[in-house]
Design a protein around this ligand. Structure first.
Ligand SMILES: [Zn+2]
Length: 671
């Protein structure tokens, strides 16, 4: 007997980014209706079911589904997984096809393709709803499938809140235990950069353009792609492509500069960034004591080379500034191979790469060469003319700072390092992303938090900054250390030292919202300037979203970390994630009780709710009075409201109005 394949549509009205989204109209038709009517054209589905919450606000969705002739299952809003199990059991499903209601252009033929694939290829799970596992699919045509038995098994195992919220996340988090497959998109549909899902009102506006250009309920995925290609081509002079062009221009201009922990190229870099943001440039004299460190002498270099007996340059600083060990003392000497060899560094793995080496705190000099250059000089045997035309003398360390005020005096730290010479992913990508993100933040209307954005040489610069801004740094809520954001490889994030700090959850949410696969790196004492910001004196929770993280990619600290490896497009994709994160940071609210000494006299502030002590089921079984008392108890200016809501087992959207009422009565204040 054929298995019973049941499509379960997951939808609810509550959406923090786009409230009421499911009934928003596209071409005059509610989004949910698009999904249902397109799905009903699939031939492999025994039944289509809407799984929505049992909240009053979702009654309208249930009514629409009933009118469209599909079954409705209602369950817990937060426990989506439980809701799916209930819906599958009600529909006696053998296999569950999970449909995301954000996809009004879901394609019946592609859903059929997925169901047939799952029947033929032995696996635990298959999908074709996006470019997962390199499937090549655009976002928004397909679905995910698994057996009802496996779904029940997950539900019995998955205890974490995020696993109950995101039905198939458990499988991806335990990918080694299951066979997870993606259907490869047929060539005519392999446009992985296109997306048709609706996350925000802007997304809906984009789809409205396509509907205006002819997309209807009956339109095939193939035709939708054609229409999208035609329309997006004309619209491609939009702001995002403008940002890409700007990024490409700054990459070209800043890549050649020979930056180090001090020196003129650092000043030039910061001056160039002043075109984007009003950076304040500070100079700290050599010899200044900063905690356990001392600001070193300033280093500048004009030229360097190794020449053979005829004067021909075998190694030339003008070809690559990585040829010289950073902070090399001046040299002008003639030497034989034995003496020179001790000064040469080669990349241990990559024969064609020039490795990156520094000697900041020990007076030294050296050259970095390719394996071929090394072999040539070994063969020649010398004598060699060796010149490093550098200067190492008292000067200053340069850093840049941009303070962007918000309504709240509480600050968020953004930090990047400006100390690397010509390498694109390590350092420059992070510097540019930080500058573009800073510009984005400065343009935000009604900005809530204040932002402290710093461009410092790594380690010594961050320590110097902390020493000169100690009091302010101790008031910072959380931070982002922005580096290695432009490679072609995997996205990832390094957690802050306290893994329960909200910055980590917000970053994971950004990845999930954008359905971006990511690698999680635990906090580690190695790494970048989070080492300084998280040190005992400051304890700032600082995390990093990265792409081809430092240490991990083969070209790390070599001349192959160049503009062939890093593109403006790749940096722009990571920038989008950071922008999404700032949205979440901005939406975060922290309240403080203005009457922290003893209990608040509720009657004096007219705070006894009209409903008295009655329990309202939508408040997690708690009365409103109870929630008021908990808010007064917990709001001490530290945890955010989402955190408190989770602790009380209610949703933030229920708690925020109550907190805001307390603000209106001057009992709470927003920090
Ligand atoms: Zn580095």
């Amino acid at each position: 007997m054929n298995p019973r394949n049941v499509a379960i549509i997951q939808a609810r009205m509550g959406s923090s980014r786009f409230p009421g989204k499911m009934l928003a109209r596209l071409g005059g038709i509610p989004l949910l209706e698009w999904v249902v009517r397109r799905l009903l054209r699939a031939t492999t589905l025994a039944q289509v079911v809407l799984a929505t919450s049992d909240r009053d606000s979702d009654d309208a969705l249930a009514e629409l589904a009933t009118r469209l002739g599909i079954a409705v299952f209602r369950g817990s809003e937060a426990d989506v997984l439980g809701r799916f199990v209930g819906a599958a059991s009600m529909a006696r499903a053998d296999n569950v096809v999970r449909i995301c209601a954000d996809n009004p252009f879901i394609d019946p033929a592609e859903v059929d393709r997925l169901v047939r694939y799952f029947a033929e290829i032995p696996c635990d799970y298959a999908c074709n709803h996006q470019d997962r596992l390199g499937s090549g699919y655009a976002d928004g045509f397909g679905a995910e499938i698994l057996s009802a038995a496996l779904l029940e098994k997950i539900a019995a195992n998955a205890l974490e809140v995020r696993h109950r919220e995101h039905v198939t996340l458990y499988l991806w988090d335990h990918a080694s235990e299951y066979t997870l497959n993606a259907v490869a998109a047929p060539a005519e549909l392999a446009f992985p950069k296109l997306r048709f899902d609706v996350d925000t009102p802007d997304d809906l506006a984009n789809l409205e353009v396509l509907v205006g250009a002819g997309v209807a309920i009956e339109t095939t995925a193939c035709d939708i792609i054609r229409i999208a290609q035609e329309n997006y081509r004309t619209a491609s002079a939009d702001s995002s492509s403008h940002v890409r062009a700007e990024l490409a221009d700054y990459l070209q201009r800043l890549f050649p500069l020979c930056r180090s922990i001090t020196g003129n190229p650092n000043r030039e870099t910061l001056k160039t960034l002043q075109e984007l943001i009003p950076l304040t440039i500070h100079e700290v004299p050599s010899g200044t004591a900063v905690y356990d460190w001392t600001v070193p002498d300033e280093w500048n270099i004009r030229d360097a080379w190794i020449a053979d007996a005829s004067g021909r340059r075998i190694v030339d600083f003008r070809d690559s500034n990585l040829h010289v060990v950073s902070y090399s003392e001046p040299v002008n000497s003639v030497m034989d191979w034995a003496e020179l060899q001790a000064r040469l560094h080669r990349h241990p793995q990559l024969a064609d790469a020039i490795p990156y080496r520094t000697s900041y705190y020990k007076r030294d000099w050296g050259f970095c060469v390719t394996h071929a250059q090394f072999a040539e000089m070994e063969k020649l045997g010398g004598p060699f003319t060796v010149v490093i035309d550098s200067e190492l003398k008292p000067g200053s360390l340069t850093y840049g700072e941009h303070l962007v005020p918000g309504r709240s005096a509480r600050e968020i730290l953004l930090s990047c390092y400006i100390c690397h010479p010509s390498m694109a992913n390590d350092s420059l990508s992070g510097v540019l992303l930080t500058a573009f993100l800073a510009r984005h933040i400065a343009r935000l209307k009604n900005r809530h938090w204040s932002y402290r954005i710093v461009f410092v040489p790594e380690t010594i610069g961050a320590i110097t900054y902390c020493a000169r801004n100690e009091a302010a740094m101790k008031r910072i809520d959380m931070g982002l250390v922005i580096t290695t954001v432009g490679g072609p490889g995997k996205f990832g994030y390094k957690r802050s030292f306290d893994s329960s700090h909200p910055i980590n959850a917000m970053i994971e949410e950004v990845f999930r919202d954008t359905e971006t696969e990511f690698v999680t790196y635990p906090f580690d004492i190695h790494g970048s300037d989070e080492r300084q910001y998280s040190s005992q004196g400051f304890r700032i929770n600082a995390a990093t979203i990265c792409r081809d993280r430092y240490y991990e990619y083969a070209y790390y600290h070599s001349s192959l970390d160049n503009l062939a490896f890093v593109t403006a497009e790749q940096i722009a994709e990571t920038l989008d994630l950071y922008v999404g994160l700032i949205d979440k940071v901005e939406a975060r609210r922290v309240y403080r009780n203005r009457i922290p000494h003893g209990e608040v006299m509720l009657s004096r502030h007219d705070l006894y709710p009209a409903t008295g002590g009655a329990q309202r089921p939508e408040l997690g079984g708690r009365s409103e009075l109870d929630l008021i008392l908990w808010l007064l108890f917990l709001c001490d200016g530290k945890p955010d409201i989402a955190n408190i809501a989770a602790r009380l087992g209610v949703s933030s959207s229920d708690l925020v109005p109550i907190a805001d009422r307390l603000v209106a009565k001057d009992v709470l204040e927003i920090v």
